[in-house]
Write a protein that binds this ligand. Structure first.
Ligand code: SF4
Ligand SMILES: [Zn+2]
Ligand SMILES: [Zn+2]
Length: 318
């Protein structure tokens, strides 16, 4: 197998592009794909500060590495979800990476911020774990961006994540979610801009980048995702891709090309009418949804037997 560009020995085969690459040409290809995503959706500029949500997995660590190499100003933010060994490993890998690269990292614990772990929140609020996790992340990422003077929050969602999410949203005609399925969401009503610079790259490509660049990441999936429908949709997309390489990208990019026909671009939304009485975040009610969740989780009437992790600081820096 030879590199499509320089004819040296190739190390990665990308059937969706009918191409194989040697390590240096794969690196150029991958950096180019990230740059294209940033440019096409005007995600951010070199004068802006980017809060990068880093989980400790391959995608977010690799994205941090790439944005740093491209000369962007990044600040890492890790939210410890309190999910046993998985969270311990995730924090450790994130810390090690930041230290090795001398990058700024802020850490917060969901147990301290929301009053309980993802499992606790899920149990008390009767939400599925990923929904409980999502509400908390949205609020805390946004708060962290504002606290650290960042104009944008970047996450490591890749093409596989986005295509499987699109499949799920279409199967259930989730118009609200489809409307928001865009790799760049503008700042809107007090929420800072949100971007996904890896939307052109697959999981396999991100794993190869991490391997070739010596990035040590948490390999196992979050245990809460075991029953997540998203994994099932990923399997379906992978089967389709195996039968017909290029299907995943045609499906997802085809949607993005047509998106405005179905969901025309709106004028930037007005700020929500309230500021939460407890945390001052912009809110559609007097108390924001995150504070309502925290009140419920910490209420003495709710699950008094829940174990609560003790913590000495809410934010630390590596
Ligand atoms: S799988 Fe669910 S619980 Fe785990 S990190 Fe993702 S959203 Fe959170
Ligand atoms: Zn080459
Ligand atoms: Zn609030």
């Amino acid at each position: 197998m030879k590199c499509r560009v320089c004819r040296a020995r190739a190390v990665i085969d990308l059937p969706r592009h009918n191409a194989a690459f040697c390590p240096p040409c794969f690196d150029s290809y991958l950096m180019d794909q990230v740059w294209k995503a940033i440019d096409e959706f005007q995600m951010f500029t070199k004068t802006e500060r980017i809060l990068l949500a880093v989980s400790g997995g391959k995608d977010s660590l690799a994205l941090w590495d790439i944005l740093d190499r491209l000369g962007y100003q990044t600040i890492g933010y890790h939210l410890d979800l309190g999910i046993g060994e998985y969270s311990v490993d995730s924090l450790e890998k994130t810390r090690q990476f930041a230290q090795k690269k001398n990058l700024t990292l802020h850490i917060e614990e969901i147990t301290r911020e929301a009053g309980g772990s993802v499992a606790d929140i899920s149990e008390v609020t009767n939400r599925p774990p990923c929904s409980a996790c999502g509400v908390s992340k949205r609020h805390l990422f946004n708060r962290a961006a504002k606290t650290h003077g960042c104009q944008v929050v970047a996450t490591g969602h890749n093409l596989d994540d986005e295509a499987s999410r699109l499949l799920g949203n279409i199967l259930h005609w989730q118009d609200g979610y489809l409307e928001k399925q865009n790799p760049a969401l503008p700042d809107d009503g007090g929420l800072v801009r949100k971007v996904k610079p890896l939307n052109r790259l697959t999981e396999k490509e991100m794993a190869a980048y991490s391997f070739l660049n010596g990035i040590d990441y948490v390999v196992h999936e979050c245990p809460m995702s075991v029953n997540a429908k998203q994994l099932f949709y990923k399997k379906i997309m992978n089967l389709l891709e195996k039968e017909s390489p290029g299907t995943k990208q045609a499906f997802y990019f085809g949607f993005l090309d047509r998106r405005n026909r179905f969901y025309p671009e709106k004028e930037p939304g007005e700020a929500p009418p309230f500021n939460c009485q407890l945390c001052e975040a912009p809110s559609y009610s007097e108390i924001c949804s995150f504070c309502r969740l925290r009140i419920k989780v910490t209420s003495p009437q709710e699950k008094p037997s829940r174990t609560k992790k003790k913590s000495s600081s809410s934010s630390s820096r590596v």
